[in-house]
Structure formats: C-alpha cells, structure tokens
Write a protein that binds this ligand. Sequence first.
Ligand code: CP
Length: 317
Amino acid sequence: MDKFTDVNDIGPLDIAVREALEVKADRYGFTHLGRNRTLLMIFFNSSLRTRLSTQKAAMNLGMNVMVLDVNQGAWKLETERGVIMDGDKAEHLLEAIPVMGSYCDIIGVRSFAGLKDKAEDYEERVINQFIRYSGRPVFSMEAATRHPLQSFADLITIEEFKTKERPKIVMTWAPHPRALPQAVPNSFAEWINATGYEFVITHPHGYELAPEFVGNARVEYDQRKALEGADFVYAKNWSAYADPDYGKVLSTDRSWTVDSEKMGLTDNAFFMHCLPVRRNMIVTDEVIESERSIVIPEAANREISAQVVLKRLLESL
Ligand code: CP
C-alpha cells in the first residue's frame, strides 16, 4: 500500500478486519517494522483522537513521530498556485511539502473542507498535493471529503459487536450549531456500502450527500421509519452538500436528536458516533451513557485502524 485516502486503498475488507484483530491481539508484535522510520503528522485542523491514536499506533510499531500544527507556530502556508504572496502567508505548500518529505518516511495529513468552494473541496487539493510532491507515502487523517481511519475503526467496531451476519446499519443526521464537513458521513457510507450490509441513511430534506457516496444505500427521510429494526445507529451531523446551499446549516431541528424513545424503535441497537459529540444536540445524555453506547470502544479502535494502515505503509517502503 503506498497511500491511504479511501476504502479502495485497503483492499478486501474481510482481510483488513482480520489483520486489525491480529494487531489488536498483539499490538507490540511488529516493532521491527518501524525501527529508524519517522512518521510526520501534519494538522491543518484540531484533533484529539486522531492525533493521540495515530501517534500511539506509530509508537506501537517502533516509529519515531513528529507532529506539526500548521496553524500554531509554523509559517502560514499558501495552498493556491499563482497567488501573489503579499499577504500573511509566508511559505507555499509547493516548497513546504518536499521539505517536510525530506525529514520523514511517511506523512499523515489532516486538512478539512473549507465548505466555501465545493469543487475545490471535492478535488481534495491539499492532500493530493502532498501525494504528488512529498515523495513519501501519504495517509489521510481526515481530508476534505473522507475520514478513512475513522471509517475503518467504525467497521472494526461493528465486526466486534455484531450478532447477525448481515446487520442493519442506520446513519442518521442529527443537529449541530455549526457547519461541519461531509467527510465522516461520506466515508462511513463508502465503507459500509463496501460491506454489503443493509444500510439506510436518514436526514432532513436538503441534506442529501453526494450520489457517489450514497451508492446503494436506502435514503429515508422519516428518521423513525429508518431506525426500525436497526442493529447499529451511527449519528452524525453534516452541512448541506447540494447547490446552492453547499456548506450551509439548513436546520438545527432537535426533533432529530437521537434519544431513548428513538433507540426503542431499533432491534436493541448499539449507538455509535465518531466523537467529539455535542450532547443533547446529536444525542441525549441517556443514550450516550447507556450500556448500548459503544462510542468509547469505537474511539479506542482508532489506534488499531491507524496501526494497520501504518503497518502496511511500512511494509511497502
Ligand atoms: N473522530 C476524530 O477524528 O476525532 P478528532 O477530531 O478528535 O481527531
């Protein structure tokens, strides 16, 4: 594997999940792979889980780790070619990327969607420049349109908790006060569609995701109907994708908050969320604190998904 930006990079999912469970059972069994290898993690945006879990995964593999927060202490970076750089941005990505590549063996990049220009976001301009100019294997720590380390961890968690061969998974939009990217729901849809499990996406009108991510999922605008018989409920907010409302918050309707009454419509479903979560906007205290909430093991599996990805990138060096 020479990059990891979407589900296609990981190959067959059953093999990837099996490898994840092997790594989880023996997470210090591969330290020889990372000896004298350096991971550089570059954050254009904030993080708790991705930062800690990926660093831990790299340390499990014996790697050295460097972290750069681009917006705290580094030169401000220009990302557009052709710009006259007479503003506050002191360095261009086109120099910064190969320089960063010269100090490491593998690069992880977090760069969220700006939510202003759909074409720019969906071209994945920033991470693609790293892939093109760094000379190193690059993996996504959440890019503009996908968050594959999260989706891989979500899938590992589903495989660990499922009690049916083909569970019903419902991804539901839920309210949030701020405009959030579509990366997590896009990516979750992409990965769950690849499993062939029963998959329903529910959201208010206006929150339709890009068709290439919805794939064969059933879209149901009645949240209660969607939740009937669910085995897993995956809650997430996202901003509008469709024009002319791209990147906008169209609703903060708290009748979409996941509560105990709605969880009662499911087949005793597990509750999932990638975190961080806004309590009593996305989900009630009662649901997230219930014994069917698996948000903590889900977050813990971020270490495992990152370790499998790093292991495969190291094996290909
Ligand atoms: N779920 C996730 O990626 O969390 P962070 O934004 O804290 O890294």
